[in-house]
Design a protein around this ligand. Structure first.
Ligand SMILES: Nc1ncnc2c1ncn2[C@@H]1O[C@H](COP(=O)(O)OP(=O)(O)OP(=O)(O)O)[C@@H](O)[C@H]1O
Length: 594
């Protein structure tokens, strides 16, 4: 819709009003060259399009255009080029552009339809041009004002949405203390059920000293905090309020009061404190007996400074447990330094762990560099993948652990260190000791308090709990609204063997949440590796059923002894059953002999 059409009714009223007191007809056209309003003969053709080539058409194509005066449309060059010329009842005209945002959006015209009107128009030419321009300007400012009101309406709606979206109650008042805005939360906190705008704020908070607030005397940077009592019927409660002045050119024109119930604030504070007091082990999820016991034991051990060895397959959470021990210990304010022994090249191990002095080797930093042990002084060092530490270095490590002293590479002074050691490995260190791949003395030094974290497949009761935990985490992170898993998906998760343990489970759930398009995770959203592990295996259990084992054993025996009569006899003997039982089982299990 064109700008002028939006004001059609109003414009027609203007046209009627002017035409009633003037002896000319009026026509207002928009930028589609359509007659939006008109009087006299133009009234009959309102809504029709004049077409290209007319004077309005010329005016709208140029944003700088000025008024036109046409004395005689019959002989005027412009009019001769107009497509509307034949039907046009106009003999003479004053026409002015109506502008909006720098563009011509239409025209205002005073028209003569008979000779007398034409003569009058010519006689009053200059006055009428001024008049026509003034009316066009008036219409321009009406359009601008309408647009401004529209924008203000949008702003007001946005403002309302913003203040309604905050949890605090917000009330805005003017300089007289009358409420101009009140948000949803405020009406809820104050238990109001009617519109309160216009009411004076004192009717809610009689003790509020508006004069002092507006006089600025108690305000710091236009802001203050205060407690206010609020009474509603028999109920009375206190609110913690923030009051902010609203100023225009340094003059106070109102204030906003935002608040929360004191009770709610207390609850919030308790919640924050409670969260703060959460045990570091609470982050480790699991309701299996194994995890519950591990958490209990590690919690106790955390209070000591004894060395801990954590064994478990990759991804079982060894790192998480190690950090929790540190965070529950007296050393929690000091550093927790994690070292992956498998990731450090052999020739750098010593300088990485014990540091080096300036000039210790080519490329050594000026001033030297402290090693991980020094950085962990008074804190905890987590030696992950300890089984990958080369034998020759194990001697050096043992010495540092025993002496509680170290020397930097290239250094002569020994440095005292007070470090708690937590080591971890996915390897069988005892077996490595037997095979001569790990030093016995170091093993005993580390194995002071050993823990073993069972793989996920051995604590199935944790699988769904962890799956839901990660589902929530990633749904939230990825902004999705996924409610849970279908029965089929749950079965797959429960029966998969999880060689990568919780790390693999976490990654799988992240993947599923990423690609899911419904609000339940179905089997099809699980990663290929999981689905493939079940393909060709109707039974989803990783533990084969006894029937399955029996069937497979019979097939194996037949493969070994053959399917001839003699072969079957031997197979039955090897299986410890009679021939007729074997025949019955071949039938039961549908084993076809080729
Ligand atoms: N019980 C648990 N609850 C919640 N998240 C867990 C749990 N166990 C492990 N995780 C998560 O699984 C991932 C792997 O854990 P972590 O790195 O501690 O395992 P790891 O045994 O040290 O692995 P690696 O031996 O490969 O270093 C991490 O993202 C961790 O946050």
């Amino acid at each position: 819709m064109t700008k002028l059409k939006e004001l059609k009714k109003f414009i027609q009223q203007i046209a009627n009003a002017f035409a009633a007191v003037m002896d000319y007809e009026i026509g207002i056209l928009d930028d589609e060259v359509e007659i939006v309003a008109g009087t006299g003969k133009y009234k009959e053709i309102v809504n029709s399009r004049v077409g290209s080539g007319c004077i309005t058409d010329r005016l709208i194509s140029n944003s700088n255009s000025k008024s036109f005066f046409v004395e005689d449309t019959d002989s005027n060059d412009l009019c001769n080029r107009c497509q509307f010329k034949k039907e046009c009842p106009v003999l003479a005209v004053v026409i002015s552009p109506i502008k909006f945002s720098g563009q011509v959006v239409g025209t205002f015209a005073l028209m003569a339809f008979d000779e007398t009107q034409r003569q009058n128009l010519i006689t009053n030419r200059s006055n009428l041009i001024t008049f026509s321009e003034k009316v066009a300007d008036f219409l321009s400012s009406t359009l601008a004002e309408k647009e401004m009101r529209k924008q203000m309406g949008i702003l007001a709606d946005q403002f309302k949405a913003v203040i309604n979206s905050v949890h605090e109650g917000i009330i805005a008042i003017n300089a007289q203390g009358n409420i101009t805005h009140i948000n949803q939360s405020a009406t809820e906190v104050l238990k109001l059920n009617q519109v309160q705008t216009g009411k004076n704020i004192k009717s809610f908070f009689p003790e509020l000293n508006l004069e002092r607030i507006f006089s600025d005397s108690i305000m710091k940077n236009d802001y203050c905090e205060t407690k206010l009592k609020y009474k509603q019927g028999e109920e009375e409660f206190e609110l913690l309020c923030n009051i902010t002045l609203i100023k225009n050119n340094e003059q106070v024109i109102g204030a906003t009061i935002s608040f929360r119930g004191l009770e709610e604030m207390k609850q919030l504070a308790t919640k924050i404190i409670a969260e703060d007091q959460q045990s570091a082990f609470d982050k480790i999820k699991g309701t299996s007996n194994e995890i519950i016991n591990l958490k209990k034991q590690m919690h106790k051990v955390a209070q000591t400074s004894s060395t801990v060895l954590i064994c478990g397959e990759s991804g079982t959470g060894k790192g998480m447990f190690a950090r929790a021990i540190h965070e529950e210990s007296d050393r929690k304010e000091e550093a927790f330094i994690s070292v992956n022994c498998a990731a450090i090249p052999e020739n750098l191990l010593e300088s990485e762990l014990f540091g080096y002095e300036e000039g210790a080797f080519t490329g050594a930093k000026k001033g030297g560099k402290p090693g991980k042990f020094e950085l962990a002084h008074k804190g905890t060092i987590f030696l992950d993948e300890i089984g990958d530490m080369p034998l020759h270095f194990q001697v050096k490590l043992l010495k540092v652990i025993e002496d509680k002293k170290l020397e930097r590479v290239g250094g002569v002074e020994s440095i005292d260190i007070d470090v708690r050691i937590i080591a971890a490995t996915h390897q069988d260190l005892k077996k490595m000791v037997k095979e001569g791949k790990f030093r016995k003395d170091l093993f005993y030094r580390l194995n002071v308090i050993p823990f073993s974290i069972p793989p996920l497949r051995e604590r199935k009761e944790d699988i769904l709990l962890l799956s839901h935990f990660f589902l929530q985490r990633y749904s939230h992170l990825l902004g999705k609204d996924i409610e849970g898993f279908t029965e089929g998906a749950k079965q797959k998760l429960l029966n998969y063997s999880w060689p990568g343990n919780i790390r693999e489970l976490e990654n799988s759930i992240e993947y599923a949440v990423n690609i899911a398009t419904s609000n339940y995770i179905t089997e099809k959203y699980l990663p290929e590796t999981i689905l493939e592990s079940f393909s060709g295996n109707e039974e989803t259990s990783v533990v084969p059923t006894l029937n399955e084992v029996e069937r497979k054993t019979i097939i194996k025996a037949l493969q070994e002894f053959g399917t001839s009569g003699k072969g079957k006899e031997k197979a039955a003997e090897a299986l410890g059953i009679g021939r007729s039982t074997l025949y019955r089982k071949l039938d039961d299990y549908n084993i076809e002999l080729s």
